[in-house]
Design a protein around this ligand. Structure first.
Ligand SMILES: O=C(CO)[C@@H](O)[C@H](O)COP(=O)(O)O
Ligand SMILES: [Co+2]
Length: 217
């Protein structure tokens, strides 16, 4: 079975000691660093913005996987690119002209990911899946870390794997929310390629060891 990629979510880091947490992620087997940007409109919470992320980007040795939980994410493609971002994720529910936004992200030189809320079915991506580098399935309602995994996500991972195979898309399947040592094996079994983990990693007594365990489930 292929190795799973792990993308620890910065939202659960200790912001009073951010450099220390980022050092640990840099030294760990984590593949990417997941960055949750929230606007208080698309989701009922506000996280951090570009002035803070500029310093995070300088300190991180891991490629940035940026998850925008904001309305009109196309307005910030340049700012996201300037962080040195590898992958920009926008929500299906936040983009009226999703195809155009995906093309704009690619034209800016980033990989394009589309995120689905728990209530949005996988079939909504049927006409764009071949254009995507990644699909991010939310396994909690977006806005907060530390929530409980929604089990129906496992069925969505299998449906998405079928859609990807049928269309010969190269898109990776990423899952975000409530990922831990219990849910990670189920997600891997269902066909996920990348797991995001916030609380499970940043609140662990030994972050580096937890990353190792999640990657080796
Ligand atoms: O996008 C989000 C939440 O909206 C996530 O990336 C969370 O930050 C994941 O945190 P855990 O559920 O793993 O604690
Ligand atoms: Co996220």
């Amino acid at each position: 079975m292929k190795e799973i990629k792990l993308s620890p979510s910065l939202l659960s880091a200790n912001f009073a000691n951010l450099q220390d947490d980022l050092d640990k992620i840099n030294r760990s087997e984590a593949d990417w660093l997941h960055i949750d940007i929230m606007d208080g409109v698309f989701v009922p919470n506000i996280s951090f913005g570009f002035p803070v992320l500029k310093y995070v980007a300088k300190l991180s040795k891991k490629p940035l996987d940026v998850h925008l939980m904001i309305v009109q994410p196309e307005k910030f493609i340049t700012e996201v690119k300037e962080l040195g971002t590898m992958l920009m994720n926008v929500h299906y529910e936040a983009c009226t002209h999703l195809h155009r936004v995906v093309q704009q992200i690619k034209a800016a030189g980033m990989q394009a990911g589309v995120t689905l809320n728990p209530a949005t079915p996988v079939c909504m991506l049927a006409d764009i899946i071949e254009e995507l580098d990644l699909v991010l399935l939310m396994s909690v309602n977006p806005g907060f870390g530390g929530q409980k995994f929604i089990p129906h996500t496992l069925q969505k991972v299998s449906e998405l794997r079928e859609l990807i195979e049928r269309t010969h898309s190269h898109a990776l399947i990423e899952v975000d929310g409530g990922v831990n040592l219990e849910t990670a094996p189920l997600l891997k079994q269902a066909g996920a390629d990348v797991l995001v983990a916030g609380n499970a990693v940043f609140k662990a007594p030994d972050m580096i060891e937890m990353v190792h365990q999640l990657k080796n489930i």
